[in-house]
Design a protein around this ligand. Structure first.
Ligand code: DX5
Ligand code: ZN
Length: 229
């Protein structure tokens, strides 16, 4: 059976009730919480930092997947580790020393990953797979929720899948393949068929407005993946 790990992005949650939103969405079936950090420098928007991560941490035992859209990266890693991140990903272009940033995260006992924008080539993977736990492919340009899925991402997902399957054969190690942006029940099957195992969805899930709605959207998403066979 295909893996379908769903990571709702709290970017589209009700920020005035963030703790409750986090526990509701996990009770509704989420596997991870996706935590989008924006700095109005690397991306043209501003969101949350380690203090907010610390505040929501007691509301769930689900892994919190911290997506850093900040530049520079290294100086803030310890604060996100301390606040309770389980995974930390950052954009290749946002770190002057990608290998060092990956090591900083992993040395803290947190899973580390690289994020690729729609136009970022995959060459950053050439020498770093051994130090990567998760690869995040953006299917929108980072900065905002509610954008449309960029179709050529599917080819990229398939290319990374092929690379990761080969790597697993050689090393026995599994690396997560996550896709972020514009994912909803109507297109998740295509993303899964291309080879993704972890799916971020913000507006599609939180747009449903309440816990029963969140559960319903995630059920539809899982069913679409199951139907692929
Ligand atoms: C975009 C963020 C995404 C975004 C996803 O920069 O990284 O996580 O919130 O939101 P939707 O699912 O609405 O595209
Ligand atoms: Zn994200």
């Amino acid at each position: 059976m295909r893996t379908c790990r769903i990571a709702p992005s709290i970017l589209s949650a009700d920020f005035a009730r963030l703790g409750q939103e986090v526990s509701d969405v996990v009770e509704a079936g989420a596997d991870w919480i996706h935590f989008d950090v924006m700095d109005n420098h690397y991306v043209p928007n501003l969101t949350v930092g380690p203090q907010v991560l610390k505040a929501i941490r007691p509301y769930t035992q689900a892994p919190i997947d911290v997506h850093l859209m900040i530049e520079p990266v290294d100086s803030l890693i310890p604060a996100f580790v301390k606040a309770g991140a389980d995974l930390i990903t950052f954009h290749c272009e946002a770190s002057k020393h990608v290998d060092r940033s990956l090591q900083l995260i992993r040395d803290s006992g947190v899973k580390a990953g690289l994020v690729f924008n729609p136009a970022t080539p995959l060459t950053y993977l050439d020498y770093e797979l051994d130090r990567i736990d998760i690869i995040l492919l953006m299917s929108v340009n980072p900065g905002f929720g509610g954008q449309s899925f960029i179709e050529p991402t599917l080819e990229k997902v398939a290319a990374v899948r092929a690379r990761l399957d080969k790597y697993r054969e050689e090393t026995g190690r599994d690396i997560f393949l996550e896709v972020d942006g514009g994912i909803k029940p109507s297109n998740i099957a295509r993303v899964a068929a291309a080879g993704a195992d972890t799916f971020v969805a913000g507006s599609a899930i939180f747009g449903a407005g309440h816990k029963a709605g969140y559960a319903d959207v995630m059920k539809q998403m899982r069913q679409a993946v199951v139907d692929l066979g």
